[in-house]
Design a protein. Structure first.
Ligand SMILES: *Cc1c(COP(=O)(O)O)cnc(C)c1O
Length: 239
């Protein structure tokens, strides 16, 4: 193995042990939690190595980086998640390679993604990104819709051709009530997911937890964790 592949394998093994440990601690089966590796800022060659090491799901947060990377890895049969703030003029590009858009946070984006998915002849899984730090009606500083807007947006996604409601996603807030409280934040997301599933039982995905807080997310019922730096290394610049 190359040095890089050996390094990635060791990092993946550590992350796998953390997820397995968190599942055991929470009394959950390991297969209830899916690892998504966030490959932003890292090259397509790393994505290829990750695929060789058994990774099947990857995530990106900027279309201008993700589009060429996904094209370079089109032979790998990976599931691609888009997790960044998304401008409507990028919807068409994202719909060309993404299987899931986890950062759906406004009605206008639903409309754009729907027509882009239809035009591409693809079905896009959509997660409502919840801004736990947003005041009623507002949006968080990292994107997302306030908790009281989740249901309305979910309804729009479900009604939109080409889109399928997958569930909810959040990033633990840096400010507001939940700052420094990932466990409480992820418990709140669990409540939001529970009420969403009462209306749409198929919307089972709960995407929460990153390198620093994945244990809290697994404890609070996350079905998907998004791990970047713990697998690939600390990103040199803003990603
Ligand atoms: C970068 C990113 C991650 C991964 O963060 P790490 O701390 O590197 O694990 C997860 N989710 C989103 C939305 C991200 O942008």
């Amino acid at each position: 193995m190359t040095d890089r592949k050996t390094e990635l394998a060791a990092n993946l093994e550590r992350v796998e042990q953390r997820i397995a440990g968190a599942c055991a601690a929470a009394g959950r089966d390991r297969d209830e939690v899916t690892l998504i590796v966030v490959t932003k800022t890292y090259p397509a060659s790393d994505v290829r190595l990750l695929a060789e090491l058994g990774v099947t799901q990857v995530a990106e947060n900027r279309d201008q980086d993700a589009a060429p990377k996904a094209a370079a890895c089109a032979d790998l049969d990976l599931t691609w998640h888009f997790v960044g703030q998304l401008q409507t003029n990028k919807a068409r590009s994202v719909a060309g390679y993404a299987d899931f858009v986890q950062s759906v946070d406004r009605a206008k984006l639903v409309t754009s993604l729907s027509s882009a998915a239809e035009r591409a002849g693809r079905e896009l899984g959509c997660l409502v990104q919840v801004a736990l730090d947003a005041e009623a009606g507002g949006r968080g500083d990292r994107g997302g819709v306030a908790p009281d807007g989740v249901e309305e947006l979910a309804g729009l996604i479900e009604a939109a051709p080409g889109l399928r409601l997958g569930g909810v996603m959040t990033v633990a807030p840096l400010s507001g009530t939940y700052a420094g409280q990932p466990a409480a934040a992820f418990e709140r997301l669990r409540e939001i997911s529970t009420s969403l599933r009462a209306a749409w039982p198929a919307a089972t995905m709960v995407s929460a937890g990153m390198s620093g807080d994945l244990e809290h997310a697994v404890a609070a019922g996350a079905t998907h964790v998004r791990v970047g730096s713990a697998v690939l290394g600390v990103r040199p610049a803003l990603g």
